[in-house]
Design a protein around this ligand. Structure first.
Ligand SMILES: [Zn+2]
Length: 476
């Protein structure tokens, strides 16, 4: 290798390492919810940004590559670390709920951020000759920094990685009926049970319920999720089993390669996934998918481009994707996972923009925003049902609307932690079961959803599991 090429490589290393680090860090931090396929694009983007920054500064500094390396590193920090800065500030001021609303989150901060780094860049440009000796120790420190996420990933591969053994499914004769019904499973993430809404929010959702009932839905009054969070709830529901402690390290794979979808695929169904972006399921194993990777969104939100992102688009896109899914030839199993009324709160009850409210603290004010977003979610899901029914051919579809859990109420409303955790399990479940007079039992939990549907329509004998609950979401 010639000397010049080697010195370019070593000058390129600091900006490259600084750009790759946040991507690797986020990936290793959320490893059990992610797939390697999602890592390559952000890594390439990070690498490309470092190359562009380096060659740009090398060009304007007339090939002083050591200084170009330093300035490119500063630029990379400004671009790739804004989200970390914002998040730490958010953590610092989280108790003052007002801080973020008044400070209009990103807008003011990003100007301040750009100003600070601009000054730093100019100062470094001026004193670049004196700063040159720091490049070697900087590179050394960056090697150590990169080893952290890489070490984590390697450790993960050795400790946890295992393929999910293909669980045997009971073989059942294909339904005697001529045509198999399409199956739609719609998940309004975090939609609370009607009783919770009336008791704690003073909101009567009977208009929504009546709309569903007039279309033939049966609403399960006493419905519960078995877990308080998406990450546990969806894998368990789709696999028709409770999670064991060994399942915890690969909940993502369990959700993607789920038993309900395999069961239906064996019977000639197409697995279709529509999602608004989530790190729990993105339809990796689906035959047709309409969604984007949530990891890409998280990585983007950490960069200085974060403030430009509009969290509403992915939700609205997902609702329009439902219509595209209805047009696919059947029989099909369509999972629709949309993150409303779940945080962030960005929709008012008529879909109007209400600002970007992270809502992570579950304060009474957050609950007002939750209720507004829930009313909008109900409208959109009702429209989705109409779209599905309008597109149905001669065989009417099975449609289930079931939230993965309810709402986490503020401590001000329910003081007792355990009680509050239990109330969060109270979810919403509604079933449209064409051609059947059976309805789900009144005491209902999500783990039995597909057991019930398959026994009813495919004459299997899954039966019901005894209802069990993990309100705290830990210790299985
Ligand atoms: Zn959820």
């Amino acid at each position: 290798m010639n000397i010049k090429f080697r010195s370019i490589l070593s000058a390129l290393f600091p900006p490259l390492a600084l750009a790759l680090f946040p991507v690797l860090f986020l990936f290793s931090h959320n490893r059990q919810e992610l797939l390697y396929g999602e890592l390559w694009f952000p890594l390439l983007a990070a690498g490309a940004s470092a190359l562009i920054a380096f060659f740009f500064f090398a060009h304007i500094l007339k090939r002083e590559i050591c200084s170009a390396s330093l300035l490119a590193s500063l630029f990379i920090c400004a671009f790739w670390y804004y989200g970390f800065f914002y998040e730490s500030l958010f953590g610092l001021f989280a108790k003052e709920g007002a801080f973020l609303r008044e400070f209009s989150r990103n807008r003011t901060l990003i100007v301040l951020w750009a100003f600070l780094w601009g000054v730093l860049l100019l100062v470094s440009l001026k004193w670049r000759a004196t700063l040159r000796p720091i490049s070697k120790p900087l590179s050394f420190a960056l090697i150590l920094l990169l080893l952290l996420p890489i070490g984590n990933l390697v450790a993960y591969e050795f400790t946890y990685r295992q393929d999910i053994s293909s669980q045997t499914l009971p073989s059942a004769p294909l339904s005697a009926e001529a045509a198999l019904p399409d199956i739609y499973y719609l998940i309004p993430d975090g939609r609370a049970n009607s009783e919770i809404l009336s008791e704690f929010f003073g909101y009567d959702d009977s208009a929504f319920r009546e709309e569903l009932e007039s279309r033939g839905f049966h609403i399960v009054e006493n419905s519960l999720s078995n877990y308080p969070s998406t990450r546990f709830s969806l894998p368990s529901t789709f696999n028709m089993e409770y999670l064991s402690s060994s399942d915890l390290s690969y909940t993502r794979q369990l959700a993607e390669q789920n038993k309900a979808a395999s069961f239906l695929k064996e019977r000639g169904y197409k697995f279709v996934f529509v999602g608004s972006g989530s790190s729990v399921i993105t339809g990796e194993e689906a035959d047709v998918r309409f969604t984007s990777s949530d990891f890409h969104r998280i990585v983007q939100s950490m960069t200085a481009l974060g403030p430009l992102m509009n969290p509403r688009t992915k939700v609205l896109n997902a609702f329009s994707d439902i219509e595209k899914a209805t047009k696919l030839p059947g029989p099909k199993f369509v999972i629709v996972h949309i993150l409303i009324p779940h945080i962030p709160y960005v929709f008012g009850e008529n879909g109007e923009y209400i600002g970007n409210n992270p809502g992570q603290k579950d304060t009474p004010r957050d609950m007002e925003l939750y209720l507004g977003q829930l009313k909008f979610a109900d409208k959109k899901f009702k429209e989705a049902v109409d779209t599905i029914l309008a597109a149905a051919g001669s065989t009417p579809p099975i449609v289930v609307i079931q939230s993965d859990h309810g709402v986490h109420l503020p401590k001000e409303w329910v003081e007792n932690d355990e009680e509050r955790a239990k109330l969060q399990l109270r979810n919403f479940s509604a079933f449209l079961l064409p051609g059947k007079s059976e309805v789900p039992p009144e005491s209902w939990s999500a783990v039995n959803t597909f057991r019930f549907l398959f026994d009813l329509y495919f004459s299997t004998n899954f039966g019901f599991l005894e209802d069990r609950y993990w309100p705290s979401g830990t210790s299985f």
